[in-house]
Design a protein around this ligand. Structure first.
Ligand SMILES: C[S@@+](CC[C@H](N)C(=O)[O-])C[C@H]1O[C@@H](n2cnc3c(N)ncnc32)[C@H](O)[C@@H]1O
Length: 157
């Protein structure tokens, strides 16, 4: 297992914007790959009514996330301790990423292979190289990218 990005948490405002940008529907399944302290999965479940799973490499952050989930009494949220490259994500409706451009490049073939057509991928700050976003939004100096997995194989990875 190797770290693909440092732990730099997104601000609360950025997290809310990411989740709004993904147009989450109640009951959908979200994965945050590299979930840090769990802020995305926790807000997704609390404010948007989705099932949310985080995948995080660092044990201290996994423990912190589990503590927060327990304190809040959330039942539709979990965090898996492990490498995001090995995560089971095939039932995702939405995947959120806040990693790096090179990490996105590494994970792109997995997303393309495992996600269902129509699933959405939201990346904060960093593009997925060679994928065409269906929507972008500026957040100050940063950008949100939304990608939709196509029906046909037209994403180059
Ligand atoms: C920039 S932080 C984003 C945290 C959170 N998603 C957020 O937006 O606040 C990236 C996170 O990815 C985790 N990470 C890096 N490489 C990973 C890997 N191979 N598998 C799982 N998590 C990883 C880091 O430990 C870190 O917590």
């Amino acid at each position: 297992m190797s770290s693909l990005a440092p732990h730099v948490p997104a601000s609360e405002d950025a997290v809310r914007k990411m989740l709004q940008f993904a147009e989450l529907q109640i009951g959908e399944q979200l994965y945050d790959l590299g979930s840090g302290d769990g802020r995305i999965i926790i807000m997704a479940a609390k404010e948007f009514g989705v099932k949310a799973t985080g995948v995080e490499l660092r044990d201290d952050l996994v423990q912190l996330t589990r503590k927060r989930i327990e304190e809040l009494g959330l039942t539709q949220v979990e965090v898996v301790h492990g490498d995001l490259m090995q995560a089971e994500i095939s039932n995702a409706d939405v995947v959120t990423l806040y990693l790096t451009t090179s990490a996105n490049e590494k994970i792109a073939p997995k997303l393309k292979k495992e996600l269902r057509p129509g699933s959405r991928v939201v990346s904060f700050c960093f593009r997925i190289p060679r994928w065409e976003p269906s929507k972008t939004m500026r957040l100050g100096t940063r950008t949100l990218y939304l990608y939709i997995i196509p029906e046909t194989e037209n994403l180059k990875v």
